[in-house]
Design a protein around this ligand. Structure first.
Ligand SMILES: Nc1ncnc2c1ncn2[C@@H]1O[C@H](COP(=O)(O)OP(=O)(O)OP(=O)(O)O)[C@@H](O)[C@H]1O
Ligand SMILES: [Mg+2]
Length: 254
């Protein structure tokens, strides 16, 4: 059995535009795999295929060796969590409550969302776990703030904490470094490197990111896309040295 996520020959079209063409990759447990590529290369589309937001026209996906047709609202049942490009928190909930929604209440997800968990101990456990995660990512001071009042970098940290609250076996991150300054990116790199072996349970990480240096810094393996096709794959140093990758980024990166 191939543990973790497998994509095999995935293709996506939007009308006449080929957004992904014959894309294959693997994310084994405990590995950090980065997808890079210039604007419009197909990174978010690839991410959306794995999340179930976009249905591929060709190819297949599997998780732990079983065929998978991802459905966005059922990913958590498979142990898959994600953060989206930007921040994407629930605006009406505090940072702490946002993280709590990512957790797995024994009483049921819906009752927790409605603020009516079936048991006080369940709510207390979710709250404690959420606090601990906020502290871990360095956002505990903002636990009771609403998303609109958070500095951008803090919002991204809260979103990461919310994804971690699910104790995922696979974590999907779209542009985790997007919009962050150098200090925040360095801190994030430390968090992401620690993700794959959290709680002694190997978690695979698939991250999609425009920021080349960040990807090279944190990933075990890198897949480079250009115009929807895989143009290079391998260890970060190999991909960085690949002439096709340099060419794809020419004119896009200063
Ligand atoms: N819903 C859609 N309908 C039509 N075209 C789309 C749609 N989503 C993406 N595209 C197109 O598909 C191609 C790939 O887009 P995608 O957003 O996946 O790129 P990306 O690598 O994430 O880019 P960025 O770095 O700007 O986030 C682009 O040409 C884009 O314009
Ligand atoms: Mg994108």
């Amino acid at each position: 059995m191939d543990a973790g996520l497998t994509l095999d020959g995935v293709g996506v079209r939007f009308g006449g535009l080929v957004a992904l063409d014959d894309v294959s990759l693997r994310v084994p447990p405990g590995r950090i795999v980065g997808v890079i590529g210039p604007n419009g290369a197909g990174k978010t589309t690839l991410f959306n295929v794995v999340c179930g937001f976009v249905r591929p026209a060709a190819g297949s996906l599997a998780f732990d060796g079983k065929p998978m047709r991802p459905k966005a609202h059922r990913l958590h049942e498979r142990g898959i969590a994600r953060t989206l490009q930007g921040v994407g928190l629930f605006g009406g909930l505090t940072a702490l409550e946002n993280v709590m929604t990512g957790g797995r209440p024994r009483a049921g997800f819906v009752s927790a969302l409605l603020g009516a968990p079936r048991s006080d101990s369940d709510e207390r456990r979710l709250r404690n776990e959420a606090y601990a995660l906020l502290a871990e990512v360095g956002a505990a001071d903002y636990a009771h703030a609403l998303p609109a009042t958070l500095p951008y970098a803090i919002g991204k940290k809260v979103a990461l904490a919310r994804a971690l609250a699910a104790r995922p076996r696979l974590l999907l991150l779209d542009e985790p470094a997007g919009g962050l300054g150098a200090d925040d990116i360095a801190e994030l790199a430390g968090h992401v490197r620690g993700l794959s072996g959290r709680d002694g349970r190997p978690c695979g990480v698939l991250l999609v990111e425009h920021h080349m240096d960040f990807v090279m810094d944190v990933c075990d393996e890198v897949v480079a896309l250009d115009f929807g096709r895989v143009i290079a794959t391998g260890a970060p140093a190999e991909v960085r040295a690949d002439p096709a990758v340099a060419e794809a980024y020419l004119g896009v990166e200063p």
